[in-house]
Each structure stands twice: as C-alpha cells, then as structure tokens.
Design a binder for this molecule. Structure first.
Ligand code: GTP
Ligand code: MG
Length: 197
C-alpha cells in the first residue's frame, strides 16, 4: 500500500470522544518504549507524525491519525511503565481497556514486543485479555535491527515455544525495525487486505 496522506486528527483520554467516523481502525499497543510511535512514523514515512522519545511514557493519550483519507492508525500509551505514578497508571489502564472493549471501528490490534526480550507476563496477560474480549490481534516484534538475522530467528523460535506452552497457537506475527524499515510492506499489505475485505 502506498501512503499518500497521513494526518493527525486528535488526542484524548476518553473513548467516547474518539472520532465518530466508522472508518476501519488499527491500534498499536505494548509496553512503554517498545517503539509504537516510531513504528507509526516508519509505516507512514513521516518523521514525527507520532511523538517518540528515548524516555518511556512519552505517549499518554489515545492519538488518531487519518491515513489515505480512508482508515485510522491509533497510537496508544504504553502499559507497564514502573515510573509512572500508580494513579496515572490506573487512569491509563482504564482508558486503554475501555478503548479496546468499546471501539467498534477497531479491525485489529497490533501488540508490540521488543524482539530481544523473552515473553513478558504483562504482554501475555494483555494478549489473553484481548482474546477473551474478542479483539483480534497480531504480534509485532520491534527493533529487529538490534539483532543479527540468525539471532532474530532464534528469538522468534524461543518466543513461540514459550507461547505454545500455554496457548494452542502462535498469533500471527511480524518482524519489524523502524530504523531500517524491516517489515514495512508486510504490515501495510496486511492492513490493506483487511481494509479491502
Ligand atoms: P511510549 O510512548 O513511551 O509508550 O513509547 P513507544 O512505544 O511509543 O516508543 P517510541 O516509539 O517513543 O520509541 C522508544 C525508543 O526506542 C526511542 O528512543 C526510539 O528511537 C527507539 N526505537 C523505536 N523503534 C526502534 C527500532 O526499530 N530500532 C531501534 N534501534 N530503536 C528504536
Ligand atoms: Mg509512544
């Protein structure tokens, strides 16, 4: 899919105030600092459409972007960031879960995990919760530029093995890097196919 336009629409912390439009929507979620905002910039080929930072906790709201005038990308705050105060964390968690539970336009979620890390309980719990709530999702492994190809293969195999200890199948997944654009076409074509079905 060719990205002809990408515009910021709005930020808010209340799913009820998200755009009313019924355009198909795709949301990026995962732990703080995993690379959600960077991935959105990479996919849309816009340097700073979504705000990124080396410090975890940068994205704090639900951010809607309109792509090619016919679908939405959504950047969300990270979960599991220890340095955000307990109260702030609760507020985040509440509007994130409300977003996934209530947003009818959501076609699929992308759960981002750092390719260098083994499956983290918080990620597995979140994916479990999505499954129980009927939200389709794929896994996106991020920061693949940090590993050599052989190590990427091994990390993905190890991840799968652990997932398969408790789940029947490995969710659909993508290997990406926002630094060198690995996986860009795979993710965009996946979205394009869903948009056209
Ligand atoms: P929060 O909004 O805080 O939850 O973080 P986020 O998940 O949106 O992460 P963000 O995109 O802000 O990136 C966090 C840090 O990781 C930044 O320093 C990025 O430059 C870096 N980063 C993101 N993606 C990649 C990648 O593919 N490769 C490398 N090497 N660094 C990356
Ligand atoms: Mg962010």
């Amino acid at each position: 899919m060719h990205i002809k336009s990408a515009e910021f629409i709005m930020s808010n912390s209340d799913v009820a105030k998200c755009p009313k439009s019924m355009l198909p929507e795709y949301a990026f979620i995962g732990r703080s600092n995993v690379g959600k905002s960077s991935l959105i910039n990479m996919l849309t080929h816009r340097k700073s459409l979504a705000k990124t930072s080396g410090r975890p906790g940068k994205t704090q709201l639900i951010n809607h972007f309109l792509i090619n005038k016919n679908w939405h990308l959504v950047d969300l705050p990270g979960y599991g960031y220890a340095r955000v105060s307990k109260d702030a964390k609760k507020v985040f968690q509440k509007f994130i879960t409300q977003y996934f539970a209530l947003r009818e336009q959501l076609v699929t979620a992308f759960v981002l995990v750092d390719i260098r890390h083994s499956p983290q309980p918080i990620d597995l719990e979140f994916m479990q919760w999505l499954g129980e709530n009927g939200v389709p999702f794929s896994i996106i492994f991020t920061k693949a530029d940090k590993l050599k190809p052989k190590a990427i293969e091994k990390h993905v195999e190890d991840y799968k093995a652990i997932v398969l200890e408790t789940w029947e199948e490995m969710p659909n997944y993508f290997i990406t890097s926002s630094s060198n654009e690995t996986g860009k076409d795979d993710v965009l074509n996946y979205i394009d196919n869903l948009n056209n079905n």
